[in-house]
Every structure is written in structure tokens, then in C-alpha cells.
Design a protein around this ligand. Sequence first.
Ligand SMILES: [Fe+2]
Length: 194
Amino acid sequence: MCNTGLMNPLDIISEYYKPGTSLYDILVKHSELVAKKALMIAENVPHLKPDLDFIKEASMLHDIGIFQTDVRQLGCRGSHPYVVHGYLGRIILEQKGFPRHALTCERHVGAGITTEDIKERKMPLPIRDMLPESIEEKIICFADKFFSKDPDGMKNEKTIEEIVAKLKRYGPGQVERFFEWVKLFQVLGSKPHG
Ligand SMILES: [Fe+2]
């Protein structure tokens, strides 16, 4: 099954998250912030012809898998470690018939995850590269790094320095890829707002 044409991300989110719950609010708010940022970034690279409708939809759905992880402070009561949420999201959206959106889920965690990361860190993931490949995947992964889902810190965009400090913990490849995107998207020097 492969759905094409119009889709409403909030309808899909509502199948897995109950509107009115704090988890629904956190997910939707975070996804809207990422979508807005991603669309702004897309404006910087018109020559790469990013698909704006797709960016909007896929940004809204990139974290659909979080409810299956065990992150009690967000209200996620699943059994998987958080790092698996992108892969879990891929499975959900593939089952719904959205394979292109599904890839965005799998490839947005950190600055992407490599086969080596999975092996070295013994991540409970299938062993394959989970790196953003299309321009839309890169934009969404990059935009996502500016926002946490921590209810207190959600509104404030992170600085490049804050993002790098966090990515560093997961290896030098992460920071390298992030800076490639900083250059590509011409966002160096962007300041936090809010
Ligand atoms: Fe996210």
C-alpha cells in the first residue's frame, strides 16, 4: 500500500495519541515548531528545490514513534529506549502507506545514525545507515535539533553551541554532519528567540 495525495498529519497523530493529553500537546507543539523552522530553512536553499508540502507533513510526523518508548517524563509508557523512536516511527508510517515520510522518521535521530554507531553502541536497531539522504530529510533532521521536547525548554530554540554540546556526546561524526548542514543551510549565527 502506498498512499499518495492529501494527508492530514493530525489525523494520523490522533490515531496514536489522545487529543487533550499532555503527550499529545507536547508532540504536536514540538512538531509544529520543527515544521516552521524546517520551512524557514527550506527558504534558504531554493536552488535545491525542497518539496515544501512534504516537509510540512513529514515534520509533523517525524516523532510519531515516541509513544512506544519509555520516557515517563513525557508520558511515553512504551518499552523501547528513546533512541529507537525514529525506527519505530518508520514502521508505523510504512504500515499506513507513507514510505517516504517513514524514512524521515528513521533518519532524523541525532544527526543521523551510522551502521558503526549502531554496532559500537550496541543500539537495539537493525544494522544499516540511518542518515538523512534527501534534501527534505536533511532539513527536517537539522530543524529538529533546535527544539527539545522537555516541557519547560520546548519554546526556546537552542543555540548552535547547545546543539553541538549535545551531539558531541554521540561521536565526532555527528558534529561534522551537523556543521555540513549549518553551512549548507546558511544558518550560522542564528540566535535563539522567545
Ligand atoms: Fe523531534
